[in-house]
Design a protein around this ligand. Structure first.
Ligand code: SF4
Length: 180
């Protein structure tokens, strides 16, 4: 007999017909209604991602996620992960050096911000774009090395595997990825 399906149902157990009632501690202690105990759901971990899409001539700079983290093996733009529970972020200092003190040509895309839910994590993701026309080349090489970013020809970018949230971004902002 499938006891769980026929007699010991979670909402209305048929204890008086149950062949195990003499051995059932919950029944003996008159605490059947306390079972099954609900396990409280673990709160999802919140993370704050800001992606900066770097474009230089016919290339987009991407990296492959290698760490044992979400999206392992998939590609992404330059990611700045920050802690504050705020949608505003400031560029990391390493990034500011690239532009030799000139104004950084950063285009924020607040309309692309999205909350993305995974099984155990909630990601607040925002995006901005930078076309790298004028950078300090030496500092830029160091930056690419440190961040493990590689130039990928735009026509090849669409053949790489991305997390769904970044694929959606590509489609929405396709005009930025057109070859000049
Ligand atoms: S007696 Fe125990 S095992 Fe049997 S139906 Fe009731 S709670 Fe379930």
């Amino acid at each position: 007999m499938e006891l769980g399906a026929l007699l010991c149902t979670p909402k209305k157990p048929a204890c008086f017909s149950c062949p195990l009632k003499a051995y059932c501690r919950a029944f003996q202690e008159e605490s059947v209604e306390k079972f099954p105990q609900k396990i409280p759901k673990k709160a999802k971990k919140k993370r704050f991602f800001h992606y900066i899409v770097l474009k230089k001539g016919p290339h987009i700079y991407l990296k492959k996620r290698e760490k044992s983290d979400i999206w392992k093996g998939l590609y992404e733009f330059f990611l700045y992960e920050y802690k504050e529970e705020s949608r505003t972020f400031s560029l990391p200092d390493s990034f500011k050096k690239l532009f030799c003190g000139t104004k950084i040509p950063l285009i924020s895309l607040p309309e692309a911000s999205i909350d993305h839910h995974l099984t155990h994590q909630k990601l607040a993701i925002s995006f901005s774009l930078i076309t790298l026309d004028c950078v300090d080349l030496l500092a830029f090489d160091h930056f690419l090395l440190a961040e493990n970013l590689r130039p990928i020809p735009i026509e090849k970018v669409f053949h790489l595997p991305f997390p769904i949230v970044l694929s959606n971004f590509f489609h929405r902002f396709a005009s930025f990825f057109s070859i000049d």
